[in-house]
Write a protein that binds this ligand. Structure first.
Ligand code: KG4
Ligand code: ZN
Length: 342
């Protein structure tokens, strides 16, 4: 197998974003993302609508990724795609497309674990930041996951702690829904929080053993708090939106940082990364930078464009699998449920 210049076409379709990227080794040449606006009116992703939208988007998105990269399909070395976890109907679109393309071009197929890919985004070549050194810890925070993962040299992924109920992105989105904000509400809470007082409304932190997390209690606490306040003043949300958002954001950041500090203490590993959609959050990014100064951690914050779902992260994972000759079989099925260790 030639490894001097490897061109990988990567496809991501696990949830509601259709994305295609082209990489030359570890360099991203293009990364196209088609967001699906259709879900906003339903307050969450509607699986059936997501897979239909992927069907419409996939051909133009791949064509655009190749065109922007200036690469013809004949130049491709392999096709990487998300095998899971995710919504089955969505995964099937990317899986079938990737298999057909690799088969037609007679090139290897690379099946990528979406959760590993969020972490591997740190290995995309970036002139402003070096990649983490092994072993490192990664706080992976997204709409479906909240985990602290330890990654070792041979690219093994070990879960040190994870949520026992809701993911942190879910906590953001469900809280936003309670405030009447459209889906996905995480980025909006972040936006309004910037103008609010984080100490305005204290919410208690859950007591969960070890490095595990819990967010369902916080969601319920916010629900009861809002119901109570609205009985006293029907305009409570409107009049206090910034302070409510800042208070929610503060509590979530505290919960995450407490556990991350505990993980560093327990493992003695001071190489600390964050990944996943919620790693776009300004407060969490700020706290990690502060931790780097205060506790002498080496911290790794992904470039904004590689935080939420994107195909570039699938491409970099695929590149490492290609180097390790980990080709997928064409009979490999899509997997709605898949652990980061699989
Ligand atoms: O990784 P991702 O794109 O998809 C999953 O694999 O789940 O993460 C999406 C999640 C959503 O819950 C979204 O609200 C959240 O990431 N998110 C944010 C921010 N940007 C995206 N949450 C808080 N603050 C943000 N700035
Ligand atoms: Zn994701």
């Amino acid at each position: 197998m030639k490894t001097d210049k490897v061109y990988i076409l990567a496809i991501e379709s696990s949830c509601d974003d259709t994305s295609a990227a082209v990489l030359e080794n570890n360099i991203v040449l293009s990364n196209i993302i088609a967001n699906q606006e259709v879900h906003a009116q339903y307050g969450g992703v509607v699986p059936e609508l997501a897979s239909r939208a992927h069907q419409q988007n996939i051909v133009p998105v791949v064509a655009q990724a190749l065109e922007r990269a200036g690469i013809t399909k004949e130049q491709l070395s392999a096709v990487a795609y998300t095998k899971g976890p995710g919504l089955m109907g969505s995964l099937l679109v990317g899986t079938s497309f990737a298999k057909s393309m690799a088969l037609a071009l007679d090139i290897p197929l690379l099946a990528v674990n979406h959760m590993q890919a969020h972490i591997m985004a740190h290995f995309i070549k970036d002139e402003n930041q070096i990649a983490p050194s092994f072993p490192f810890l990664c706080l992976t925070i997204s709409g479906g996951h909240t985990q602290i993962v330890k990654i070792t040299e041979d690219l093994t992924f070990e879960v040190l702690g994870e949520t026992i109920d809701d993911a942190v992105g879910e906590a953001y989105d469900k809280s936003a829904k309670l405030l009447g904000l459209p889906y996905p509400g995480g980025p909006l809470i972040d936006k309004y929080a910037k103008k609010g007082n984080p100490k305005a409304f204290p919410f208690s932190k859950p007591k969960v053993k070890g490095l595990d997390f819990s967010f369902s209690g916080l969601k319920t606490a916010i629900l009861y708090f809002i119901q109570k306040k609205e009985r006293e003043n029907p305009d409570f949300i409107k009049e206090n939106l910034h302070d409510i958002c800042a208070s929610i954001q503060f509590t979530i950041a505290e919960i995450l940082m407490d556990k991350l500090k505990m993980a560093v203490k327990e493992t003695g590993i001071k190489e600390v990364a964050i990944a996943g959609g919620v790693s776009a959050n300004s407060e969490i990014r700020k706290r990690l930078k502060l931790a780097s100064r205060n506790y002498k951690w080496n911290t790794y914050i992904p470039k904004f464009e590689f935080t939420t779902d994107n195909a570039a992260m699938i491409g970099i994972s695929g590149y490492y699998q290609y180097l390790h000759n980990k080709k997928a079989d064409f009979s490999e099925p899509a997997k709605a449920r898949l652990k980061v260790t699989e």
